[in-house]
Design a protein around this ligand. Sequence first.
Ligand SMILES: [Zn+2]
Ligand SMILES: [Zn+2]
Length: 150
Amino acid sequence: MIGSCLCGAVTFNVKFDSLKAYQCHCSLCRKQTGAASSCGTVVHVNKFEWLSGESNISAWVKSTGYTSHFCSSCGSSVPNKFRGNPYYWVPAGLMDSENIEVVANIFVCDVASWSQVSTSINPYETRPEVENLIAQLCGDTYQANQTYGF
Ligand SMILES: [Zn+2]
Ligand SMILES: [Zn+2]
């Protein structure tokens, strides 16, 4: 499954035919995306491959660890290493396939009053433990580094 940024400079391959994703309703993701919520997933580093544009990526890291990586040309959110874990966080909207299923909603405590994004599927008031989220998204059993960075 190929993913690409808005301008096409950054491209990558996720070695799955379908993906499970989560929606995050936190205020940081709202700022980061400019939308009511973000939608992303995580994939193991062995299942991820950069195809182009890795040198064209800029990063902003909040003191708490929240990280935003983006294409330096078009500003699209792009994949980044899932802090301290052998996984990439991947923004679902970059995938050039619609074979994506939302399986969880996190930080529903923080949903914008104006949001029309449904939180009905598997809602978490804040977030599940990292290994729980990885298990739901990837089916992997993994003892995660708990640094989340919200
Ligand atoms: Zn771009
Ligand atoms: Zn968030």
